[in-house]
Write a protein that binds this ligand. Structure first.
Ligand code: SF4
Ligand code: SF4
Length: 443
């Protein structure tokens, strides 16, 4: 190992890019790829352009790592596939590839060597973010969350107060069994699902509380933006707050990256176990069904569960939603489901990369975040939106084949992406958060 990766001084001029540190996992991802291409057909962005096959995108990161960490790369550069970007133009090119990955993890399970190209693309986002190259919305929201600005922001405060008034639920109560960790994104994008979750908790007589202020924006936003400090600080802050209330369970309505970040990553970041258990709301509902606390009347509707990648493939929550849905719907699986579910393609923040979302966030914050957007970023946003529409084709075909009337899922990004995508591709199938359907079926 030491002969391959000696600590020789770099021959490059001062690096343009703060390169991520090499560890045993990154080293494996860098060294073990045999270029077989097995990962490609499972990547939604491969369908946009073969240039975006996982192996091709991860190679961009490998080139940087080789240039920075290998003697051969430092001495021979491009001859041995080592390359460091040198211009802002090249950094933007890399950004394009970084946002042609939803971090869905399908390439990871398809690779016989367990190479996680999605993780490589997240590492690329981190390097680019450090270099100052990131979409404006990512920078704004990661910092807004990291610095806790959402806690006192007037517009957020009044949105939160209006939500609490409607929710009519306990707030900031110490010792409640469940902390329903409602975020700002939850009350903005899936407010009906939050209110319906509360309705279910009340019906089963759960001992629960809401937080006093939103449980972050969509925490930790830094994880998808590439802002490692924001990711770490947000996790520390929110875990400390949750622990101050001493719940047994912290329950999330969001089945996107929020779930694995708190369930798995938080303990890595804090280097200790959390003082509470993390569950997604569907796991809690499944627990109620098993205990006979949740009785549901049949709705006579044909539905399929869309597995959010971070809840299912990366989080392992696959059986629980099916267990609940089979109780009160005509349930069937999509052709691609569970661990092998097709990604909606809008994960890892890609759905937020549109002028429409920039406007929505501007409205929420009362600040025009589009003001600082360069023509280059505008072009990037348009191109990303267009790529997303094409990337979701696999999922759309899957939904068409299934013959269901409704897709049920649990991630606000999936819901936004699927609603927009199915409408765009003229597929008449509704998309609902599981909490909305469960609340409708309450006996
Ligand atoms: S499947 Fe694995 S080994 Fe094959 S090209 Fe993809 S990352 Fe490399
Ligand atoms: S994680 Fe998903 S989107 Fe990203 S490269 Fe792999 S298959 Fe493609």
């Amino acid at each position: 190992m030491t002969t391959i990766y000696p600590r020789v001084p770099t021959v490059l001029p001062p690096a343009h890019l703060p390169v991520v540190r090499l560890n045993s996992v990154t080293l494996h991802y860098m060294e073990s790829c045999v270029g077989c291409g097995n990962c490609a057909p499972w990547c939604p962005y491969y369908y946009v352009d073969e240039e975006f096959a996982p192996v091709e995108k991860a190679e961009l990161v490998r080139q940087i790592l080789r240039r920075r960490y290998t003697a051969a790369g430092i001495l021979a550069g491009r001859v041995v596939g080592a390359r460091m970007p040198r211009t802002e133009e090249e950094l933007w090119e890399l950004l394009r590839s970084a946002y042609r990955c939803a971090d869905c993890g399908f390439c990871y399970i398809a690779c016989m060597y367990g190479i996680d190209s999605g993780a490589m693309m997240m590492a690329l986002r981190q390097m680019l973010y450090e270099a100052g190259v990131a979409p404006t919305i990512m920078k704004v929201l990661a910092r807004f969350e990291r610095d806790g600005l959402y806690k006192g922001h007037p517009a957020v405060k009044s949105a939160w107060e209006a939500f609490l008034k409607e929710a009519e639920a306990p707030v900031g109560r110490r010792g409640a069994r469940v902390l329903l960790a409602v975020t700002l994104m939850d009350i903005t994008l899936t407010r009906d699902a939050v209110l319906n979750t509360i309705k279910v908790l009340k019906r089963v007589g759960e001992d629960f509380t809401l937080p006093e202020v939103p449980f972050g924006v969509r925490p930790p936003f830094g994880a998808i933006a590439g802002d490692v400090k924001a990711q770490r600080d947000t996790i520390k802050d929110l875990v400390a707050y949750a622990e101050s209330l001493s719940p047994r369970l912290a329950v999330f309505i969001d089945g996107g990256y929020v779930y694995p970040q708190f369930r798995f990553e938080a303990t890595n970041i804090l280097r200790r176990p959390l003082g509470f258990q993390v569950l997604h709301v569907i796991e809690l509902f499944a627990e109620y069904v098993r205990e006979g606390r949740l009785r549901l009347k049949p709705l006579g509707i044909r539905v399929a569960w869309h597995d959010p990648c971070h809840l299912a493939r990366r989080g392992g929550v696959i059986e629980e939603p099916r267990e609940v849905l089979r109780k009160f719907t005509d349930y069937r699986d999509l052709p691609g489901h569970g661990e092998r579910s097709w990604c909606c393609s809008g994960g890892a923040g890609i759905i937020f990369l549109s002028e429409e979302f920039y406007r929505r966030v501007s409205q929420l914050l009362g600040t025009d975040i589009t003001a600082g957007v360069s023509p280059r970023e505008s072009a990037f946003l348009r191109e990303t939106e267009e790529a997303l529409r094409r990337a979701m084709l696999k999922k759309v075909k899957d939904v068409r084949k299934s013959g269901v009337q409704m897709l049920v899922t649990a991630c606000p990004a999936c819901i936004e992406t699927l609603r927009a995508g199915l409408k765009f591709h003229k597929v008449d199938v509704g998309v609902e958060h599981i909490s909305n359907l469960v609340a409708k079926a309450l006996e």
